[in-house]
Design a binder for this molecule. Structure first.
Ligand SMILES: [Zn+2]
Ligand SMILES: [Zn+2]
Length: 161
């Protein structure tokens, strides 16, 4: 990683940490060592869609005393204060990902072959979704586009067979 993206990353984490601290203050909670570790682990990987179990496994390596329930509840706190997106890609488990900045929006391609999750942003998609809603007199407050299928790697694999 070059120094500029390193700096960008630490600024990103610092801003998130301030926002999180403010939020848990209002909830009369404390930024405990365990919550800080969970925070660090979670926000070190923007663009990564993690389940509570996966994050728990990662955090446990740094802090073996941490319980799954703490990780789970802390993720819920991130979600509540809009620092994390909660995603349900129909796998029977919830995934979380860090919100990179206020008002961030992106959509997903989900491979049902290997489970790979890719992100995309497309102005046309956004525009047409709004148009569809407008034509029906529908006011959109939120939307998500999830495309399911097979990624290029999985497609290559089946074609070779
Ligand atoms: Zn795949
Ligand atoms: Zn995403």
């Amino acid at each position: 990683m070059n120094s500029q993206s390193q700096r960008g990353k630490s600024l990103f984490i610092r801003k998130r940490r301030e926002a999180f601290k403010q939020y848990i203050d209002t909830k009369r909670l404390k930024l405990t060592k365990q919550r800080s570790i969970i925070f660090e682990e979670f926000f070190s990987y923007p663009g990564y869609h993690v389940t509570a179990e996966e994050l728990y496994e990662r955090v446990k390596r740094r802090c073996p005393k941490i319980g799954y329930a703490t990780v789970y509840r802390t993720l819920k706190l991130f979600k509540e204060c809009n620092l994390a997106f909660e995603r349900n890609f129909g796998e029977g488990k919830i995934r979380y990902e860090p919100v990179r900045f206020e008002g961030e929006h992106h959509d997903h391609l989900i491979c049902i072959g290997c489970g790979r999750i890719e992100e995309f942003e497309n102005e046309q998609v956004e525009y047409h979704a709004k148009e569809v809603a407008r034509e029906r007199g529908f006011e959109v407050t939120n939307h998500k586009v999830e495309l399911y299928g097979y990624c290029s790697t999985c497609r290559e694999r089946t074609q070779k067979r």
